[in-house]
Design a binder for this molecule. Structure first.
Ligand SMILES: C[S@@+](CC[C@H](N)C(=O)[O-])C[C@H]1O[C@@H](n2cnc3c(N)ncnc32)[C@H](O)[C@@H]1O
Length: 408
């Protein structure tokens, strides 16, 4: 951990200055060495999922993140004044500027600093929660290793002309700029209207051997390096079962589905994968990626000599959609929000008879509850995914296989 040099990290203790000064508590496990954090989380996850394991369950080695510089998304709340904007994390100490948090790669910090220069020059007053006045509420950044998308969340369009005039102040690596208009005074970070300001309409995010389109209002994982390996792991597991048909439920911009398609193509295997997601923009992103990678055509019959690979995406509620399908696939991937898949989808999956289900969860507690609702499936393989180092959050991945009545 101490090998990483960052001005905010004490080289002796490996502890972040903001944490030791009591200015930020986001990384609540900071005093525990990273490898001990992973060991502890792994032990806890095993205990939590014990009820869904069998003597044959394979518990894989954890997928371990880089300890610093891994966070490729920044959501900064903007406070202070137009001349001195303060970028802090929602829910932490409001006056503490965290643009150079060591969880970010240097590109994210540079882009945030350039956004600060833009706000100053364009004289965009930060939003004041108590007075309900001001314009800029948040700066949102999503970065690849070489480029970034910047979104300015504004109360109204009144500062847009001034912002447009000074866009050249943004870091030259910013390839997408948009404004999100959020007039309401509420806890949600974003509003419904997105206005393109400059550059391309979408970011291209490399994951594994492919790159995925990301339109501004789509979800992406916070730790791209770990997410890429997570997608690749699931793709290998699914292809290893010999499946030729799969669903990716809660697919977002299609990371799992596209990785499955990519792995199938690399193996010369047939694959027909369908991704389902509730957000239109994420589906539009996924369709764009499928087209660019040649996964958008119709899948050929399994008997043709040339293997064909197709990734198809639709906007729908995952539970409602799954409930109404008559053709079930050989494998299903689910990656729901923190609330989990819930009783309704767990019941549909439990009764489906599908051979293999991969469940990737950012909330092991709801994963454990969902698995308790699916007694027809037991964990064949499991892996702790260290997606959010130094925090109490973890991603958990399980591969479930259908059990016979005797095994239950
Ligand atoms: C944890 S994210 C996973 C996204 C994607 N698998 C990835 O790796 O980027 C959960 C996704 O579920 C979507 N979602 C939320 N509720 C949904 C629902 N009822 N049906 C389908 N998708 C939903 C969200 O918009 C979000 O994109």
């Amino acid at each position: 951990m101490t090998a990483f040099a960052h001005p905010r990290i004490d080289p002796e203790s490996g502890i972040c200055e903001y944490f030791s000064a009591g200015q930020c508590e986001s990384c609540s496990l900071m005093r525990t060495p990273h490898d001990a954090q992973v060991d502890e989380a792994n032990t806890q996850l095993k205990a939590l999922l014990a009820h869904a394991m069998t003597p044959a369950t394979v518990w894989e080695e954890p997928l371990v993140s880089a300890p610093w510089g891994f966070r490729t998304k920044a959501k900064m709340m903007v406070r202070g004044t137009a001349n001195a904007p303060v970028f802090s994390f929602p829910g932490t100490h409001e006056g503490v500027d965290l643009a150079d948090c060591p969880l970010y790669p240097a590109l994210v910090t540079d882009v945030l600093e350039s956004a600060r220069a833009l706000i100053r020059r364009a004289q965009v007053p930060p939003y004041n929660l108590d007075k309900r006045r001001g314009e800029i509420k948040y700066v949102l950044v999503t970065a690849t290793p070489t480029e970034a998308m910047v979104r300015l969340v504004l109360r109204s369009t009144s500062a847009l002309d001034r912002i447009r005039e000074h866009l050249a102040l943004l870091d030259p690596r910013v390839s997408v700029v948009s404004a999100n208009i959020h007039p309401e005074h509420e806890a949600l970070i974003e509003g419904a209207e997105e206005i393109h300001l400059a550059g391309a309409d979408r970011l291209r995010l490399p994951i594994g051997g492919i790159d995925v389109d990301v339109l501004p209002r789509s979800f992406t994982q916070t730790n791209t390096a770990v997410a890429s390996e997570l997608y690749a792991q699931v793709a290998r597991w699914i292809l290893d079962t010999g499946a030729h048909t799969a669903w990716d439920l809660y697919c977002g911009v299609g990371g799992f589905a596209l990785s499955i398609a990519h792995e199938a193509r690399a193996r010369g295997a047939h694959m027909d994968v369908t991704g389902i997601e509730i957000t239109n923009e994420a589906i539009e992103s996924a369709r764009g990626s499928a087209k660019r990678h040649g996964f958008a055509g119709a899948v050929g019959p399994l008997t043709t000599p040339e293997p064909s690979v197709r990734a198809h995406f639709d906007t729908a509620d995952a539970t409602e959609w799954a409930r109404h399908q008559s053709n079930l696939p050989e494998a299903i991937v689910v990656n729901p929000p923190r609330r989990g898949i819930g009783d309704a989808l767990a019941t549909v999956l439990n009764g489906s008879g599908v051979r293999t289900i991969a469940y990737s969860s950012c909330n092991p507690e709801t994963l454990a509850a969902d698995l308790a609702r699916m007694p027809n499936y037991r964990i064949a393989r499991a892996r702790l995914i260290d997606m959010f180092p130094h925090s109490a959050h973890n991603e958990a991945l399980v591969l479930l296989t259908r059990t016979t009545a005797e095994e239950r």
